[in-house]
Design a protein around this ligand. Structure first.
Ligand code: 4NP
Length: 158
């Protein structure tokens, strides 16, 4: 089982988009049984009294536009230190996520990476919460997820 945790600031836009996009791709390829995929936030911005917000409606719309199913019951949860031991890949969206992931988990490098790094880029995925550009986020997420699967294949993990 390859355990993947996607991470962004709020866990209502980019990381759930990556979670459900990768779930969809591996389902289509018939390899979903080889994966456990989830997502989490670095912040508590979208978590109130311990209850996380659902996926942001424009992010849902973007997934729907591309025929990607998502879980209506997904709620924002915060990354915790123990997640580092449980997951094999902790994949952040931008450089700020990476710094926060390092602070929360107490680890640097190792299982921690940035999604677009699998495409050979050191760019972050811009936050649609601020940019409003969910289409651009979706395209970057697909590029990153596809490249991540290629990476796993090259590593002999698939
Ligand atoms: P995300 O976007 O990190 O892609 O989920 C954000 C959503 C909410 C906030 C920040 C970023 N916020 O500050 O509430």
């Amino acid at each position: 089982m390859i355990k993947v945790l996607f991470i962004c600031l709020g866990n209502i836009c980019r990381s759930p988009m990556a979670e459900f996009t990768l779930k969809h791709i591996v389902t289509q390829r018939g390899i979903a049984h080889q994966f456990e995929i989830a997502s989490a936030a670095t912040s508590t911005e979208e978590i109130w009294n311990g209850i996380g917000n659902p996926i942001y409606p424009p992010a849902r719309k973007e997934l729907e536009k591309h025929g990607i199913p998502y879980d209506e019951n997904k709620r924002a949860v915060q990354l915790k230190k123990a997640d580092y031991d449980y997951y094999d890949y902790l994949i952040g969206m931008d450089a700020m996520n990476i710094r926060d992931m390092e602070r929360i988990t107490g680890h640097r490098g190792g299982k921690i990476s940035m999604l677009l790094s699998y495409t050979g880029s050191n760019a972050g995925i811009s936050d649609p919460w601020y940019s409003g550009n969910f289409d651009e986020t979706y395209r970057d997420v697909v590029k990153g997820c596809t490249a991540f699967l290629e990476f796993l294949h090259k590593e002999g993990k698939l």
